[in-house]
Design a protein around this ligand. Structure first.
Ligand code: BTN
Length: 271
């Protein structure tokens, strides 16, 4: 079945190539290994059976068979602070792909609304408030440039249960589709957003697009980063991609952390 993966039309035209695996431990790991062996990309690696995926901050990414695990490698020469903003292009690509798929797919029970896909800083996608996609960007120095692997996991057929924050899948939302269809849409969406990012020069435009699809803008937020907890109002994103918290006294830029909104924000929950 996984041999049916193919790039979308726009992705093909962009010059990207595709490698498909029946199973992989981690598509990010495997692609970074290709970069160490001289691959420069852009090259997608995709599977619907990933057994040892990893997420941000070295957390495991649990993915049921039938979910999408896709990574793209590109060796590029972009300044480090700019590279951090590439994750926003990936979030926009994942959100665009999910909208495309749910617009085109049958949505189960009659009268069921199309899901509302929102972006959660730094680069998760939420559907009805639960996580449906995660992104992990990995960078290694390679011959004066950077090998960048952008890994995107999308819950197509199932989501892990009893996780914090809660997770969902396209199937749970009534969207009947396959990892292959989601990948074709994702590769095309990436071929749209990646050139707009333009090695970071396009980030001001992307930031506006991202904020228009953001979850929790203007709402109460708590960010936990290690032992630190910052609370306030989610006021925006700065030009480095940091989340800006209005504490009432200062605007504080946050570079990394776990975000909690609303009720949960005031619980100060440990992840
Ligand atoms: C996160 O939410 O923390 C990010 C999860 C990223 C998971 C994807 S699945 C494809 C790629 N391969 C990996 O090992 N990780 C990413």
């Amino acid at each position: 079945m996984s041999r049916d993966f193919a790039l979308g039309r726009r992705a093909l035209d962009s010059g990207a190539r595709l490698m498909v695996l029946d199973t992989a431990r981690s598509t990010n790991e495997a692609l970074m290994q290709c970069a160490r062996e001289g691959e420069r990309g852009p090259l997608w690696l995709v599977t619907s059976n990933q057994s040892g995926g990893h997420g941000r901050r070295n957390r495991p990414w649990i993915s049921a068979k039938g979910n999408l695990a896709a990574s793209i490698l590109e060796v590029m020469d972009a300044p480090m602070p700019m590279l951090a903003t590439l994750g926003f292009a990936a979030g926009l690509a994942a959100q665009t792909a999910l909208c495309t798929i749910s617009d085109g797919a049958s949505t189960g029970a009659a009268g069921r609304n199309k899901p509302d896909f929102r972006l959660k800083w730094p680069n998760d996608v939420l559907a009805e408030g639960a996580k449906i996609a995660g992104i992990n960007l990995e960078v290694e120095a390679r011959e004066g440039a950077q090998a960048v692997v952008v890994g995107i996991g999308i819950n197509v057929v199932a989501a892990p249960s009893e996780v914090t924050p809660p997770a969902t899948s396209l199937a749970a939302l009534g969207v009947s589709t396959s990892a292959e269809a989601v990948f074709a849409a994702l590769s095309d969406a990436w071929a749209w957003w990646r050139p707009l990012w333009n090695l970071g020069r396009g980030f001001p435009l992307l930031r506006n697009q991202w904020l228009s699809r953001a979850s929790g803008l203007g709402r109460r937020v708590a960010i936990r980063s290690g032992a630190n907890l910052i609370e306030g109002i989610f006021a925006g994103i700065d030009d480095q991609g940091c989340l800006i918290v209005d504490t009432g006294e200062h605007y504080v830029p946050i570079a990394a952390g776990d975000v909690y909104f609303g009720e949960v924000a005031s619980m100060r929950a440990e992840p």
